[in-house]
Design a protein around this ligand. Structure first.
Ligand code: ATP
Ligand code: MG
Ligand code: MG
Ligand code: MG
Length: 471
């Protein structure tokens, strides 16, 4: 049965309210937690509750939210799978020492089959390596053993970051059918292809991860679940990917309007259309939550998303600035649920326009510079110095350079790039010291300021299993 995204969001929150959970608003994309760069999951705002530093008032058994999330670890694959977005909404419900596994598994099944009406034969379940207890729970709920499998740390042990509340999980998958699959005989839940779509993760948050890697049992056992709203909407709407659900299709349409192209006709254009549609949501929400483009931290994530969107627009042949068309559409589509994007719309438009103008004017020159470097290239590695010039003179984030070259089968000498960056930092420090001498009355403060604000610095992204980059 077709369900709109808005409908699913509301049904989820009501379902868990009826189970005794308190409906709470999404928290900001800027987490109230210095160890995290961006809010990447619903549990982030509840960390103090898991640690029993904060308590929920009676009579609630837990909370339920629709949380805005940005995941940096997925940025590189956005658009290449049907199920990864850089911005998405996570539906979640949480227990801080109240309901636990048995209730949670029963409720997850009830919501999936009775509220959403998913056929139980299409559902698959995974548990953490040796979690026999959860296998028994699923079996007691009528799930045949052959549709339950075990997955290791990478899939089924959840952490928001290197430390803090974490635990084993059990995931729910929906079989979209062999036509979505990779065709491998080993294809099963956990495979990278889109056949078995992970739509819900139930985390049994039992531990507090320490700096040294040890897991300390939490005083109470908790539940933290996350269901990707766009993923479940794709299932309910019977569409091929997260990009074709009601909320996203209108953003693809903006691109169609701007380019005169039709989505679904050319794979490369489709990828660009998907990336701009996705990135424009991240950008709108990030700026509305107070993030501004910069060369480090979350501001760099924003800048990288913005520039990548501009680059893809350029590839599609769009002339001039265009991102504000997308911003307007995001506000129109999501402003009723997230009033902050309506309130900050003018700010968002201004920030986006100025970044677009700044980058757009050097983009063509940078592209010409890169084209020339590539045509003169001997071998299949672009030098670190060329990548550095693109970064330093033309504002190309290193990932953008890598993306362009890798499409032509060429890699970038990243070590060389890092060396050039380090040399630049050293030069900036030396200059700052000279400046200190001239400004000696200021007692050396200039070098500190320049060291902090001066050179651009690439901080890198977590490539590990965790979803969060640490500042
Ligand atoms: P995947 O293995 O597909 O990358 P995940 O295991 O990293 O997903 P979780 O950390 O378990 O995802 O997050 C809980 C839920 O949030 C997922 O089951 C999925 O429905 C949704 N989700 C996670 N990442 C994304 C994303 N990049 N875009 C859209 N939805 C997502
Ligand atoms: Mg993931
Ligand atoms: Mg997973
Ligand atoms: Mg998961």
């Amino acid at each position: 049965e077709y369900m709109s995204t808005a409908d699913i969001r509301e049904k989820y929150l009501r379902f868990f309210e009826a189970k005794g959970c308190k409906r709470m608003p999404s928290s900001s994309l800027i987490p109230d937690d210095p160890s995290l760069l961006l809010t990447s999951a619903g549990m982030v705002q509840f960390k103090p509750y898991f640690l029993q530093q904060k308590h929920l008032e009676a009579p609630y058994v837990g909370t339920t939210t629709a949380q805005k999330c940005v995941r940096t670890n997925d940025i590189d694959i956005i658009g290449t799978t049907g199920r990864h977005l850089s911005f998405f909404e996570m539906l979640g419900n949480f227990s801080f020492g109240d309901y636990f596994k048995e209730e949670m598994c029963a409720w997850a099944l009830e919501f999936s089959t009775e509220v959403l009406g998913l056929p139980v034969e299409r559902l698959y379940f995974t548990v953490f390596t040796d979690d026999d207890e959860t296998i028994e729970i699923w079996k007691s709920l009528g799930i045949p053993e052959e549709r339950i499998s075990r997955l290791g740390e990478e899939d089924n042990f959840w952490r928001a970051g290197p430390t803090g509340p974490c635990g084993p999980c059990s995931e729910l998958y929906y079989d979209q059918g062999p036509e979505f699959g990779c065709g491998s005989p080993d294809c099963a839940p956990g495979c990278d292809c889109d056949r078995y779509l992970e739509y819900w993760n139930l985390v049994f948050t039992q531990y507090d991860g320490q700096e040294d890697g040890t897991l300390v049992s939490l005083p109470k056992k908790n539940i933290d679940t996350g269901m990707g709203l766009e993923r479940i909407a794709a299932i309910m709407q019977g569409v091929q990917s997260n990009y074709e659900i009601d909320l996203m299709r209108d953003l693809l349409a903006v691109g169609e309007r701007l380019t005169g192209k039709t989505y679904g006709e050319n794979a490369e254009d489709d990828l660009s259309l998907r990336i701009i549609a996705d990135h424009s949501r991240s950008v709108t929400f990030m700026i509305s939550d107070g993030i501004l483009p910069s060369n480090e931290g979350r501001g760099y994530v924003l800048r990288r998303l913005l520039r990548r969107a501009v680059m893809k627009g350029h590839l599609l042949g769009i002339e001039g600035t265009f991102l504000n068309e997308y911003i307007d559409e995001v506000v129109k589509l999501m402003g009723d649920v997230y009033p902050e994007i309506v309130e900050n719309r003018e700010l968002t438009r201004r920030v986006v326009l100025s970044e677009e103008e700044r980058f757009g004017s050097t983009l063509r020159q940078g592209q010409a510079y890169l084209d020339e470097a590539l045509s003169e290239l001997d071998g299949d590695v672009l030098s670190g110095e060329t990548a550095f010039t693109l970064h330093d003179t033309y504002g190309f984030p290193i990932e953008v350079t890598e993306e362009i070259t890798s499409a032509r089968g060429i890699s970038v000498d990243l070590d060389g790039f890092e060396r050039s960056m380090a040399e630049q930092r050293a030069r900036a420090r030396a200059n700052a010291k000279d400046a200190d001498k001239a400004w000696s009355t200021y007692g050396g403060v200039m070098s500190e300021i320049l060291e902090e604000a001066g050179p651009t610095e690439f901080l890198g992204y977590a490539k590990d299993a965790s979803d969060v980059t640490v500042l």
